[in-house]
Structures are given as structure tokens and as C-alpha cells.
Write a protein that binds this ligand. Structure first.
Ligand code: ATP
Ligand code: MG
Ligand code: FE
Length: 334
């Protein structure tokens, strides 16, 4: 079974072909970061225009790398939402055109389901499992009792983890996206500055990062007013330590309570080296829990993860139709 995946929810134009939901045959990602950098974030209009320009090129390259024709494919999977509506529309329309022209089934995929299913490209999923989703727009703990069933047991009440990284990076005058820069600086510094950790109510699996972000900004401003110098690497390390402490502690306690067989890391912030190392260290204590962490290229937006998630839906018999529309507010199916 060969599924072609298409992803255009934000600022990556991506096409991939995946065999049996597990094996990457080709995986092409055109990033627009350079075009958005000077604005300090993704500009929706610019993103849509780039997707239009890149879509056919990326598609051709993915087909060429795979050395396949459309006759070899079993279905087209596409990110239906959530994301930027104008950006999503380009991918959805490309997928509909291909499905119609080549008479192939069309499958709509939830972007976050895609991030979670990136893990299926490295190992077989075993249920029940828990996924820590940390991305530019989402921070949540998702419990899955079987394929295609997603129960959000906790989520951020304000900023997403990636959003907090990007905002803190901006106050440190680092280029967009700031996550990788903070990660690199954190490795150079020490977590010597005391920053808050938002545990919320006892036993809550929810998160909050806006207080931490404000604390970082206040720390910088106060130092400036007193004429003191703060080592930006130490500030980055202290911020990262707070984020990781909360993420790892809540994930471990949920894994225990829900008695899961696997814990999956997912989303762009899963590329964070500090987080990956801290999770690996923590889950050494859990003998019966397998920790899965995708390689960096499968953490940030790509279409292989969409094809992998689409494969599961295809096998279950899900079929979209040509009335499919971009849905920026799409919710995870439970
Ligand atoms: P969503 O998936 O919620 O719709 P998105 O697709 O925009 O949002 P992703 O592409 O999954 O987000 O992830 C991008 C985010 O990941 C950015 O906020 C970026 O700063 C962050 N990120 C990438 N690498 C790292 C890293 N090494 N450390 C921390 N954050 C990182
Ligand atoms: Mg992106
Ligand atoms: Fe994403």
C-alpha cells in the first residue's frame, strides 16, 4: 500500500510517499523560513503564495525520488486542518485535483495526528499509548487506546511551548524560529536563574507557559534597569529547564496513571535536544514503558507523517470526497 501525503498547514510545503504506513519512499520539504524571517514570524499571505509556487515542484520531486507514477499509488492523504486557512487550502485543492485526475481515494488528516504518527515511521505503535505533543501551536498530552482515537487529557491554557520559545527568543533578539537558537544557547549556559514552574492544580495535566515567558521578560528588564548584565545563555538554560521540568514531570505522571505501553514525543519542539535527553533519562526508570522519539527531520512539519496517519485511516476504510474543505479549527477525532 502506497500513500502520497501532502502538508501545507503552515510554512512548509511538503510531499511524501510512504509504504504501508511505516516506510518512507520519498520525503520532500520546501521550507519558507527565509521569507518569513524578516517579519519575525509566519505571514499568512506570504505562506499561501509560496505554497502555490512550490506545490507542483515539490510534488514532482517526491514522485521522481520515489521513481513511481500515480498508477502505483493507493490514496492521497492531505492535512485538512488545523493551520492557516489560506495555506491549508493550497494543499487540500492540490490533493483534490490529484484524487480526481487519477481516480484515487482522498483522505483528510488532522495535522496533530500527523505529528503523533511520525512515530510510526520509526517503530510499530503499541496501545494504550501516551503522546506528548509540543509544537508551534499545540502543547498537549494525548491518550490513545487504539489507532485513530485521540483523548486530550491535558493541554496548554495559554501559550504553546513552541510559541513560548519563539517569544522568549524574540526578546533575546534571536531570529525566527527561535526554538533551535534557545536550545543551542541553553547547552552553553547554566540554569542558575530562578524561574517559575506552572504546575497548576495537583494532578492536572494542563500546562501554562505565559507566566514563564513574562518572568523571562521581567528578569531582562529588571537587570537592564539596575545596570546588571545577564548571561543570555544562562537565561536560555533557565527558561529551558523550567519548560522541560514541567513537560517531563507531567508526562511521566500521566504515563504511570494511564499505564501506557509507549510514550511518544511529537511536534516541532520534539527537536529540542534538552527535552529529548531529559525524557530519555526519566523513562529509564520505567521498565515497562517504551519511549519513542522521532529523528529531528520528522519532528518539524513534513508530509511523511501525514501519509503515515493517512495510511491508518485508509486501512480503517475512511474516505473523503471532493467536497473536502480546509478546516482551520479541526478537532482531533476521539
Ligand atoms: P502546529 O504543529 O501546532 O500546527 P507548527 O506546525 O507551526 O504548529 P511545528 O512545525 O510543529 O509547529 O514546530 C515549530 C515550532 O518548533 C517552532 O515554535 C520552533 O521554534 C520549535 N522548535 C523547532 N526546533 C526546536 C528546538 N530545537 N527547541 C525548541 N523548539 C524548537
Ligand atoms: Mg513550520
Ligand atoms: Fe506542526
Amino acid at each position: 500500500q502506497y500513500i502520497l501525503g501532502i502538508e501545507t498547514s503552515c510554512d512548509e510545503t511538503a510531499v511524501s510517499i510512504v509504504k504501508n504506513g511505516r516506510e518512507i519512499i520519498s520525503n520532500v520539504v520546501a521550507s519558507q523560513i527565509e521569507s518569513h524571517k524578516r517579519f519575525g514570524g509566519v505571514v499568512p499571505e506570504i505562506a499561501s503564495r509560496h505554497h502555490v509556487e512550490q506545490m507542483t515542484l515539490v510534488l514532482e520531486e517526491a514522485m521522481q525520488q520515489a521513481e513511481m507514477t500515480f498508477k502505483d499509488l493507493d490514496a492521497i492523504a492531505v492535512t485538512e486542518g488545523p493551520g492557516l486557512v489560506g495555506a491549508l487550502l493550497i494543499g487540500v485543492n492540490a490533493a483534490k485535483a490529484l484524487a480526481f485526475a487519477h481516480q484515487l481515494p482522498l483522505i483528510g488528516v488532522h495535522h496533530i495526528a500527523g505529528h503523533i504518527y511520525a512515530n510510526q515511521l520509526i517503530s510499530e505503535l503499541q496501545f494504550p499509548l501516551l503522546s506528548l505533543v509540543v509544537s508551534g501551536g499545540h502543547t498537549e498530552l494525548v491518550y490513545m487506546k487504539e489507532h485513530g482515537s485521540f483523548e486530550v487529557i491535558g493541554e496548554t491554557l495559554d501559550d504553546a511551548a513552541g510559541e513560548a520559545y519563539d517569544k522568549v527568543a524574540r526578546t533575546l533578539h534571536l531570529p525566527y524560529p527561535g526554538g533551535p537558537h534557545i536550545d543551542r544557547m541553553a547547552a552553553e549556559g547554566s540554569p542558575v536563574i530562578n524561574l517559575p514552574r506552572a504546575w497548576l492544580e495537583p494532578d492536572s495535566y494542563n500546562f501554562s507557559f505565559s507566566g514563564l515567558k513574562s518572568a523571562v521578560i521581567n528578569t531582562l528588564h529588571n537587570a537592564e534597569q539596575r545596570g546588571e548584565v545577564i548571561d543570555p545563555n544562562d537565561l536560555a538554560a533557565s527558561f529551558q529547564a523550567s519548560v522541560i521540568d514541567v513537560l517531563v514531570t507531567k508526562t511521566a505522571s500521566a504515563a504511570e496513571k494511564y499505564k501506557v505501553k509507549q510514550v511518544l514525543l511529537a511536534g516541532g519542539v520534539a527537536a529540542n535536544r534538552g527535552l529529548r535527553a531529559a525524557l530519555e533519562e526519566k523513562f529509564k526508570e520505567f521498565q515497562d514503558v517504551e519511549l519513542l522519539i522521532p529523528p529531528l527531520s520528522l519532528c518539524t512539519d513534513n508530509a511523511a507523517m501525514i501519509a503515515a496517519a493517512g495510511s491508518v485511516l485508509f486501512t480503517k476504510g475512511h474516505r473523503g470526497n471532493l467536497r473536502m474543505n480546509a478546516n482551520p479549527g479541526l478537532e482531533l477525532p476521539s
